[in-house]
Design a protein around this ligand. Structure first.
Ligand SMILES: [Zn+2]
Ligand SMILES: [Zn+2]
Length: 395
């Protein structure tokens, strides 16, 4: 945090009112130029890439952009005690890779890579499941039970798929390799085309008599409840990985994983940006003028905060360490930023009205006189407002 950070708009080279398309275009150009894959070993390029990525991650998200416009970098700085690194900015978040996914497609994984020996051991596919949790559950962590339909090797045929007493035969089409090679002549010479065997679908084996319990697949499905422990600090769109609770592998390969994607419900009062929480808190005009203790809602319950006499509306207050625990370091928590909003009283008793009139007299305001103050003359908009105020007081 000692290092001064460049303005996000400056980093992307766009104006403060740049629209989404402009942001994306600017980021795409920078990301292409500085991407680590294009600049191996170049730490300066990597730094630039991360800087641009961070700027884009914030500015492309309407909520985050609003926080940034309002609070600057302070909105995303590390929690109490300092999270260090990139000011607490979480690059490991799944939502971040989504941003890349948007731009780079398969470059950041998720795409199928390399050739696979089709009948060698293969890891099973991952299963994706969603779970919805509350704002507080995301802040403090929770345990959830997920319903998953899991495939297991069939007990009856021991996973071979063949009727008990029989066994699978080697596929005659591919000779058990699972692949067939087609050779064709073309303009460029002889072309070899390797394809999965159409007869055995890559297994290298043919089942003549199928096991009746699994229909020859070698697997049976059953619904299972799996406990997922969701860590404190998880954010909307991030996933928890549970190893080897996905689809079974083939030919002795390990099971895939279960990826539980977390959706965090909106909170009526709190908003979140990384490890920080934002909210507004109402204070009365008298509290603002006189100062005193106001009750502010936080995820830890209500806290008393002493406002200074003469506090203006939209004053920002920081409650240190009342934010969200860092996923990487749960001992460290972000802050809670509160915007104090002065409430204009709407329903007034005759006594309260009288007290306010008295208050105005004592503080030298002249609302009850016929003419407005000199600076309001000629400004119809302001005058209209003053007139309305007068009506309210005179009814
Ligand atoms: Zn079976
Ligand atoms: Zn075959």
């Amino acid at each position: 945090m000692a290092e001064s950070k460049r303005d996000y708009y400056e980093v992307l080279g766009v104006s403060r009112d740049a629209d989404d398309a402009t942001l994306k275009k600017a980021y795409r150009a920078l990301a292409k130029k500085y991407h680590p894959d294009m600049n191996p070993g170049d730490t300066e390029a990597e730094k630039k890439f991360k800087e641009a990525s961070e700027a884009y991650a914030v500015l492309s998200d309407p909520d985050k952009r609003r926080q940034y416009d309002q609070f600057g970098h302070a909105a995303f700085e590390g929690g109490a005690g300092g999270a260090g690194g990139f000011g607490g900015f979480d690059f490991s978040g799944a939502d971040f890779s989504d941003i890349f996914g948007d731009i780079f497609g398969d470059l950041f994984g998720g795409g199928r890579r390399g050739g696979r020996a089709s009948n060698g051991p293969m890891k099973g596919a991952n299963i994706r499941k969603g779970v919805r949790i509350t704002f507080e559950e995301a802040v403090f962590g929770c345990e959830k039970e997920i319903d998953v339909v899991l495939k297991d090797p069939c007990q009856t045929c021991s996973g071979t798929g063949a009727k008990p007493g029989t066994s699978p035969e080697t596929c005659s089409k591919c000779g058990g390799k699972g692949q067939v090679v087609y050779t064709s002549q073309s303009f460029f010479g002889t072309v070899q085309n390797v394809q999965t065997c159409p007869d055995c679908h890559g297994s290298g084996k043919i089942i003549k008599e199928k096991c009746s319990d699994c229909g020859g697949t070698g697997f049976v499905s059953s619904r299972k409840k799996i406990k997922v422990s969701i860590p404190a600090g998880i954010d909307n769109g991030q996933s928890v990985r549970i190893r080897e609770k996905g689809e079974p592998g083939t030919n002795g390969g390990p099971r895939g994983d279960l990826l539980v994607e977390v959706t965090v419900s909106r909170h009526p009062i709190f908003q979140r940006q990384d490890v920080h929480i934002f909210s507004t808190a109402p204070i009365s005009f008298a509290q603002a003028a006189l100062g005193g203790d106001v009750r502010i809602k936080t995820v830890d319950g209500d806290v008393l905060y002493t406002v200074k006499a003469g506090t203006k509306t939209d004053t920002k207050v920081r409650l240190k360490g009342k934010g969200v625990p860092s996923l990487r370091n749960p001992q460290t928590r972000g802050d809670h930023y509160v915007t104090l909003v002065i409430q204009t009283p709407e329903k007034l008793s005759p006594e309260a009205k009288e007290a306010l009139r008295k208050f105005d007299e004592l503080t030298g305001n002249t609302l009850n006189q016929e003419t407005g103050s000199p600076e309001n003359k000629g400004k119809t908009k302001k005058k209209g407002f003053m007139d309305k105020l007068k009506e309210t007081f005179e009814e």
